[in-house]
Design a protein around this ligand. Structure first.
Ligand code: HDE
Length: 724
């Protein structure tokens, strides 16, 4: 079957979802590591590993070959089942125990594998082995997630995204368990259970899931002014990212880098996506959740399987005690950022995700991130949130994975030598051998591993003094200044989205006093913001501002905080959905496909049927999506290339009309051919076609002009009042 030129551009054969059903895994997968998560685990007698998909005999867990897997053992054809049917009992027993508890938070996530490589040695800052040598690769596992939703919830929830990275360094595992937002809701870990209870489904009714648009959440946060800064971020477009590939990541807390002489500097970690930042608009998010609840995980999977490997730069903001003392805010307070304009982010290396997981459960579900997994050269600070996390993560792994031996699971196992005297417990895969299982001992060379003060992890030595008190530091008291700064740093369209998001969420709150209290808090951030939300909610009058613990100060805007203002100016990694019909103009399709390929973007074909579509040259095309299964919200831009006759027919099709109208309402770029005009006319009054609409004339220049326009990602000049 012939394919369109663009489809041939991808590594993977023409399929939906990036992989042909029934084919072998693509070439980027190392066959030897299938199902092993990259480390060797128990092998069978013949050296072969447990692997599904082979053609050998089916066996029980004990290795006995199964003769009949269709019928239970019974007494007589219509008689009762027999207890001695060991195969049946084992199969059902195992099935009954397949689930492990989902994560309390970040339950819904998606993982991928890759590597990190530093640009240069950071030996002057840290002794961490991972940063010693330019270009030396360290294997990583990354898991992205939403926070509030349960495991089966949809991807486009308005929510923070987890961005957790496990570095399998030569000196042990380092877990940088961050988010796509650089601040957090609370200052003290003691409030975390309250925050999570309030955010997740309400306990009596068990809904709403995966959304904070309900009374309990807004009740709690409106009583907790320290959450205001984070709320500004979660109500911004940061909380509805277009893809994991297009979002930033942050370590959030202040950590320490420690050099070989035990001197430390403070550090904040940043991940910057190579393809730039991009978010969807709220109306798209709502529709994507229906059209493809797996939108983010599919996007990551497809990109990696196609060989378009997502990449981030790791950057650091490094500072010393003198800066920390002078800074307007406490660097131990996780509700504050250090603006990039004050301390620029220094790029130090890159993270590339080049392998999908071999098995979702074995890797993504069982990966156990722990903030307390640090390596020599990296250390904590006294951030009270971080200190609480250091208790929680290890504790939670025991609950989820059921044994202190979870480090034997391949995804969690360090890639460096491990030697200790811990033993036994559930699933003790390899107990230390030998007689000595304690230390110190006098067994000489059989005595087992020994501590190494030189190479071992040493905590930063510093004096600690103070009264034992339950107290919040005075230096944590300013709750509004940086929220103000964030709002002031957004472009008008982004401010508008924040106002709309607050209005939407608070509109779902039933109790008027909660809505009002939240608006009263927002008055400490920005009057226009509070007024916009109050108007949207239909409040009769503005309430009095909540009295702040400390009066906010005006900070200089930080342009680095805007997404739209820092666009990638490239359409690479994005997708155009072209609406085509039988007889589509071959030249128009070809020139568009080539222009997108040159840009590093993808063309997907959407048609009224998935089969039987040929172009004007008679070439049979592989269609990616049937029109009613692929609304335009699934694409970054669209092209309208139906034949004129088909466009006339489609002009009475609600899905075709919605395809066009939504793309326009969502400020997308639209490439159109003259033959599409009957459909366009049915979807929109003609005069709304603006600078975001570019004619595709079947020529290279017109296709190039369209793709170049798409680099702006959206045509924001479109009147926002026309947006759905
Ligand atoms: Fe977490 N968090 N967290 N968190 N967190 C968990 O650990 C916790 C916080 C973050 O993909 C849990 O394995 C406490 C901040 C990510 O597997 C749990 C506090 C940040 C992930 C837990 C916080 C995060 C988690 C649940 C307040 C950004 C998913 C399952 C002090 C810097 C990791 C698990 C993955 C997961 C506790 C706050 C990020 C319960 C007590 C701040 C990305 O241990």
């Amino acid at each position: 079957m012939a394919r369109t030129p663009t489809r041939r551009a991808t590594k993977v054969p023409a399929t939906r979802g990036g992989r042909a059903v029934g084919t072998k895994p693509p070439a980027n997968r190392d066959e030897a590591t299938v199902a092993l998560g990259d480390v060797e685990v128990a092998r069978g007698e013949g050296g072969e590993t447990h692997q599904r998909g082979g053609t050998g005999p089916l066996t029980t867990q004990q290795g006995v070959i199964v003769a009949d897997d269709q019928n239970t053992l019974r007494a007589g054809a219509r008689g009762p089942a027999l207890l001695e049917d060991a195969h049946f009992r084992e199969k059902i027993f195992h099935f009954d125990h397949e689930r492990i508890p989902e994560r309390v938070v970040h339950a819904r996530g998606f993982g991928a594998k890759g590597f990190f490589e530093p640009y240069e040695s950071l030996a002057d800052l840290t002794r961490a082995d991972v940063f010693q040598e330019a270009g030396r690769r360290t294997e990583v596992f990354v898991r992205f997630s939403t926070v509030a939703g349960n495991k089966g919830s949809f991807d486009l929830a308005r929510d923070v995204r987890g961005f957790a990275v496990k570095f399998y360094t030569r000196e042990g595992n380092w877990d940088l368990v961050g988010n796509n937002i650089p601040v957090f809701f609370i200052q003290d870990a003691l409030k975390f259970p309250d925050l999570v209870h309030a955010a997740k489904q309400e306990p009596d009714r068990g809904f709403p899931q995966a959304q904070t648009a309900h009374d309990n959440f807004w009740d709690f946060v409106s009583l907790l002014p320290e959450s205001t800064h984070m709320l500004l971020w979660t109500m911004s477009d940061r909380a509805i990212p277009r893809s994991f590939r297009f979002m930033e990541g942050f370590g959030v807390h202040t950590f320490r880098l420690v050099d070989a002489n035990d001197r430390y500097q403070y550090v904040k970690f940043h991940w910057k996506p190579k393809l730039g930042l991009q978010s969807v608009v709220w109306n798209e998010a709502v529709k994507i959740n229906g059209a493809d609840p797996d939108f983010h995980r599919r996007d990551l999977w497809d990109a990696i399987e196609m060989g378009d490997f997502p990449e981030w730069e790791l950057g650091i903001q490094v500072f010393d005690d003198a800066f920390a003392d002078e800074f307007d805010f406490d660097v131990l307070d996780a509700t504050k950022i250090i603006p990039e304009e004050l301390i620029p982010v220094r790029p130090i290396g890159r993270l590339v995700l080049d392998r999908t997981v071999d098995n979702f459960f074995a890797e993504t579900e069982q990966v156990a991130f722990c903030t307390n997994n640090v390596v020599p050269g990296i250390d904590f600070t006294n951030d009270p949130l971080l200190q609480g996390r250091n208790f929680s993560y290890l504790d939670t792994q025991l609950k989820r994975l059921g044994s202190p031996n979870f480090t034997y699971l391949p995804v969690n196992a360090p890639r460096c030598p491990v030697a200790h005297f811990q033993q036994d417990g559930h699933m003790a895969v390899t107990n230390p051998v030998g007689r000595a299982n304690y230390e110190p001992n006098s067994w000489g060379e059989w005595g087992g591993p020994r501590e190494d003060p030189e190479r071992g992890f040493r905590s930063v030595a510093e004096p600690v003094a103070g009264d034992t008190r339950r107290v919040r530091a005075e230096s944590f008291a300013d709750h509004y200044s940086q929220a103000r700064q964030f709002f002031a740093s957004q472009l008008p369209i982004e401010q508008q989205h924040i106002i709309e998001a607050f209005t939407f969420e608070l509109s779902k709150v039933e109790r008027p006093d909660i809505r009002e209290r939240m608006v009263a808090g927002l008055l400490n951030v920005d009057r226009d913001l509070a007024l916009g939300v109050a108007t949207g909610l239909g409040l009769a009058a503005l309430p009095d501002p909540l009295p702040p613990a400390r009066a906010p100060i005006d900070l200089a805007p930080s342009p680095a905080l805007s997404i739209v203002g820092n666009g990638p100016d490239s359409f690479a990694g994005r997708r155009v959905g072209a609406l085509i019909t039988d007889g589509v103009d071959a030249k128009a399709l070809k020139s568009l496909g080539q222009a997108l390929k040159r840009e590093g973007a993808q063309l997907l074909l959407v048609a009224p049927t998935v089969g039987g579509i040929t172009d004007s040259d008679g070439t049979e095309l592989v269609v990616d999506e049937k029109l009613d299964g692929a609304p335009s919200v699934l694409f970054d831009a669209i092209a309208l290339l139906p034949t004129e006759d088909a466009a006339k027919q489609l002009s009475s099709s609600p899905v075709a009309i919605q395809f066009v109208a939504d793309a326009h309402a969502h400020a997308k770029f639209v490439g159109w051919s003259a033959s599409a005009l009957p459909l366009i006319g049915a979807a929109l009054p003609e005069d709304v076609r603006d600078g975001g609409w570019l004619e595709l004339k079947g020529s290279r220049p017109s296709a190039t002009a369209f793709v170049e326009a798409c680099r702006s990602l959206r045509y924001w000049e479109r009147d926002p009042n026309q947006l759905a």
